[in-house]
Design a protein around this ligand. Structure first.
Ligand SMILES: C[S@@+](CC[C@H](N)C(=O)[O-])C[C@H]1O[C@@H](n2cnc3c(N)ncnc32)[C@H](O)[C@@H]1O
Length: 381
């Protein structure tokens, strides 16, 4: 595949966004006046050639930062963790591939950081690594191929999750699936599904009828909670993220799924401060007031309900070994490999800044959670 243009072409945004808005308005008209919010979000983020993730840059030059865009330390932490896991499972000492799978790799930066760190730490292992990027988009795959060419046969691609043993890793993937939004009508004692319609040429929010596909989710909300929910309280869920996790669990032979993302667990689901939901739009590192105004030119995202994702994995037979803050897990990884981090000379100001961004509670350390679910790997024999 020929390398595509690098992400981030802000100059082209208004035309692209206007074209996408036109397509959305057409679909609204075809659908009798409204579409579900989830459908709007799907097109805004993933419409081939026009959606946000078809052109977005992540990091300082883009609209938001991630642990990956803070610098190469995140990839180094993962590479060191992978080496320990491969060693623990007896893979390093016998011939055969060393597997690592990443989904939601965007432009391939994390894979580059991971493999570059590995080349510095254990160059002998690099030819044995089988780093698979799960990437459904031809555009993003072209960016990744261009960035990772130097690692040759160590890198492979799959359009969907292949059956695997080992680790399937993702950072800020689960929050990027289209979400369903429902609003509570306290007077009528019922839920409305939230949708998008057109008014005077603008895309605006509206209420639409329920879809029975969401009965189980809404029906699981305790009646005693409904008695006290304020009018208009919004609940969100992500059927796409849950289905993806279920697929990943089915594809996993032995090993684990690791997801880093911001979100909450079951105990924190109905916090009163979240009455309007957690949907956010970002542009130029600022919150956007109107998330419907320019589809394709802003990032749309919502907190991950890790409690539900955890249930999906456990229903598929996985065992939860971690659900806690990013700070807690990364600190534990570091403490478990303390000799590697002990050299004060290696802690340049840039590296220290990256560690603070990854771990400090006011940066990524607390709001970001990590879920690890496993199908245990037999002891090496
Ligand atoms: C918020 S970005 C995170 C990018 C990167 N992991 C990081 O942390 O900088 C989410 C990425 O997941 C991708 N994505 C969404 N659905 C996907 C899927 N089903 N499989 C693989 N990638 C997906 C999006 O296109 C986007 O590139």
């Amino acid at each position: 595949m020929a390398p595509g243009p690098a992400p981030a072409t802000h100059a082209a945004e208004p035309a692209r966004s206007m074209e996408l808005a036109r397509l959305v308005r057409e679909e609204i008209a075809r659908s009798g006046g409204a579409i579900p919010f989830s459908r709007f979000m799907e097109r805004a983020l993933y419409e081939p050639g026009l959606g946000y993730y078809e052109h977005a840059a992540i990091g300082r030059a883009g609209d938001f930062s991630t642990s990956v865009s803070t610098g190469p330390l995140f990839g180094e932490l993962l590479a060191r963790h992978a080496c320990k896991a491969w060693t623990r499972h007896g893979l390093v000492d016998r011939p055969g591939p060393l597997p690592w799978i990443e989904a939601g790799a965007h432009d391939g930066q994390l894979a580059l950081d991971f493999l570059s760190a590995l080349r510095a730490l254990r160059p002998d292992l690099v030819p044995r690594v089988r780093y698979v990027l799960v990437e459904p988009s031809a555009t993003r795959r072209a960016w990744q191929e261009a960035k990772l060419r130097r690692f040759g046969a160590s890198v492979e691609w799959a359009a969907s999750i292949p059956p695997f043993d080992g680790v399937l890793f993702s950072n800020e993937l689960l929050d990027a699936f289209p979400i369903e939004r429902h609003a509570w009508d306290a007077r009528g004692g019922r839920w409305w599904r939230m949708g998008v319609t057109e008014h005077d040429g603008r895309l605006v929010g509206c209420r639409i009828g329920l879809d029975p596909a969401h009965d189980a989710f809404l029906g699981a909300i305790p009646p005693e909670l409904l008695d006290v929910l304020p009018d208009g309280h919004v609940v969100e869920h992500s059927p796409g993220a849950e289905a993806w996790w279920a697929d990943a669990a089915r594809a996993l032979g032995k090993g684990c799924l690791i997801a880093f993302d911001y979100g909450f667990d079951a105990s924190d689901r109905f916090r009163p401060g979240r009455s309007h939901g957690t949907l956010r739009g970002y542009s130029g590192h600022q919150l956007v007031d109107d998330v419907l105004a320019s589809p394709g030119s802003i990032d749309l995202t919502a907190h991950v309900d890790f409690g539900r994702i955890q249930q999906v994995g456990e229903a598929a037979g996985l065992v939860t070994s971690e659900l806690g803050s990013q700070h807690r897990l990364l600190s534990r990884w570091m403490a478990g490999d303390i000799a590697a981090w002990n050299d004060p000379g290696a802690w340049t100001p840039a590296r220290l800044r990256q560690w603070q961004a990854l771990s400090h509670p006011t940066h990524f350390g607390h709001a970001f959670k990590v879920l690890v679910q496993e199908r245990p790997w037999p002891a090496p024999g």
